[in-house]
Design a protein around this ligand. Structure first.
Ligand SMILES: [Zn+2]
Length: 231
């Protein structure tokens, strides 16, 4: 049996330690779990909507075609631009004009365009959060959508997207990009379809084809970010 003075000291020590232990039991492991396993974001390749809308998305950003920019601005197209930091670093003015004078928004396409499924969690986070930080610094607007390069992703990509501020991983319904000499057949667009284009040498004609297909289907381009719900 401890002597009274020692007992008092022991009680004081326990009084200090007990809440810490309790706090650790309640929040420690739970927080660790949350950090390790955030909720995955949904994958979107088509938006369920009855609105007569279609979504135009333009990737990478290497070829800065003035005619394409004029078309986007003249027709007030709210395009989602999945840009690589390297593609706006040397001429950010092209995209500042699109964002400042029109309804287009910049979204996340990683830093270096890797196949994300070949990277571990830390590698994926560096690619996705790194691109978001570069976009915030350049445009003052953080991406809310992630398009993984090549449309390839795994379970880690879906949680990494959440950690890096995205509410969805976005692929596409139709790729209408002209690749080299090959122009894909023009699809019959339906409400909620997502069209993939690229800032390459044929962007103006590809964009015109996509807009004509939307017109033919009675659909108007709409901002994809606004149609993807918070999840
Ligand atoms: Zn790409």
């Amino acid at each position: 049996m401890p002597r009274p003075r020692l007992r008092r000291a022991l009680r004081r020590t326990l009084a200090v330690l007990a809440p810490v232990a309790l706090l650790g039991a309640l929040t420690g492991p739970a927080q660790a779990d949350q950090a390790a396993w955030p909720e995955p974001v949904p994958v979107v390749n088509h938006v369920e909507t009855t609105d007569p809308v279609v979504f135009l998305t333009i990737d990478d950003g290497w070829y800065h075609d003035p005619a394409a920019a004029k078309l986007l601005l003249d027709r007030r197209v709210p395009a989602s631009l999945f840009l690589l930091p390297g593609a706006y670093a040397y001429d950010s003015g092209y995209f500042h004009t699109l964002l400042d004078q029109g309804p287009s928004r910049v979204e996340n396409h990683t830093v270096d365009h890797p196949d994300l499924t070949a990277l571990d969690a830390a590698g994926q986070k560096a690619q996705v959060c790194g691109a978001r930080e570069a976009q915030l610094a350049e445009f003052g607007d953080g991406a809310r959508l992630l398009r993984p390069p090549y449309g390839t992703y795994d379970a880690t990509t879906l949680t990494t997207a959440r950690v890096c501020g995205a509410k969805a991983v976005v692929t596409w319904t139709y790729d209408m990009t002209t690749w080299g000499q090959w122009t894909p057949p023009t699809p019959e667009l339906k409400a909620g379809d997502i069209v993939l284009l690229h800032f390459n040498e044929t962007i103006e004609q590809d964009l015109k084809r996509a807009l004509a297909a939307a017109d033919a289907a009675g659909l108007r381009p709409a901002p994809l970010r606004d149609y993807v719900p918070e999840s």
